[in-house]
Ligand binder design. Structure first.
Ligand SMILES: C[S@@+](CC[C@H](N)C(=O)[O-])C[C@H]1O[C@@H](n2cnc3c(N)ncnc32)[C@H](O)[C@@H]1O
Length: 250
């Protein structure tokens, strides 16, 4: 895992630069070498100076897949909604302990859940914070974004110190086999920037301690169980499997 710098540019205001440095401990650069963050058209983006074709990676809840799923998605009949229990009760509290680019958290919040997004990687957490900042300012998204709260810390810390939640959601990195260009692009960035989540098995026990109702673990269909522990049930989606460990009925 490499340290990610923030590009000093005219588009990055002094106030915002200081805020990002303070909140996420990012270093400033004027000559990026490899992965770096920069401001582009009002959004914080992740890019690689050696991979010009890679394109910019950002958290954008207003367009693309997130927006499509919010407006046309299967809603409560989606596998993730059933796995979390949002098909039974909408106002659940969820701790997403491996938030990544926040797509799953956004789907859950769109369906009514209050979601705490935990992300330990400083660059990914900065992208998330920036995506949430823009979503809060967007009248179409502000109510959903208002149910999403970022916590930049290790999952273990959040799992041990949080107030009780209904559901803990886990989606640690797993070697990808997916073929779509978009997934490939993002997976490449993620593997370079985040590394592999070799400690993921350790999260299941504290997650089960904290969750009042259930723990949901998102896995590729071909992957084994987290910590080799058999779930109570599994909900199979189009590209993923959601292993559900039930503590109490919703
Ligand atoms: C596969 S991605 C999650 C994708 C996410 N579900 C989404 O919808 O965008 C896994 C993320 O979890 C983060 N992560 C993994 N282990 C973590 C831990 N122990 N504490 C906090 N974050 C963790 C990684 O940095 C990475 O960003």
């Amino acid at each position: 895992m490499s340290a990610i710098s923030l590009l000093q540019s005219a588009e990055l205001s002094t106030d915002y630069r200081q805020q990002l440095q303070q909140q996420f401990g990012l270093c400033i650069t004027t000559e990026p070498d490899g992965w770096y963050l920069s401001m582009q058209q009002g959004a914080l983006v992740l890019q690689n100076s050696h991979l010009p074709k890679q394109g910019a990676i950002l958290v954008d809840f207003a367009s693309g897949a997130s927006s499509y799923r919010r407006q046309h998605g299967g809603g409560k009949s989606e596998a993730i909604a059933k796995a979390v229990g949002l098909n039974k009760k909408t106002q659940l509290s969820v701790l997403d302990a491996t938030a990544g680019l926040g797509r799953d958290a956004f789907v859950l919040a769109s369906l009514g859940a209050s979601v705490t997004l935990v992300e330990r990687n400083p660059a990914v957490a900065a992208l998330l914070a920036d995506g949430l900042r823009r979503a809060v300012a967007d009248p179409m998204l502000s109510s959903v974004a208002g149910r999403m709260q970022l916590c930049h810390c290790p999952a273990m810390q959040a799992l041990k110190n949080s107030a009780a939640v209904d559901v803990v959601f886990l989606d640690p990195m797993f070697p990808a086999r997916e073929k779509s260009a978009q997934v490939k692009k993002e997976m490449r960035a993620f593997h370079d920037v985040v590394g592999s989540d070799d400690d993921a098995d350790n999260l299941l026990a504290p997650a089960l301690q904290l969750a009042q109702k259930r723990v949901v673990v998102k896995r590729p269909g071909y992957a084994g169980w987290l910590a080799d522990k058999a779930p109570t049930m599994a909900v199979t989606g189009k590209n993923n499997r959601f292993d559900v460990y039930v503590n109490a009925a919703i």
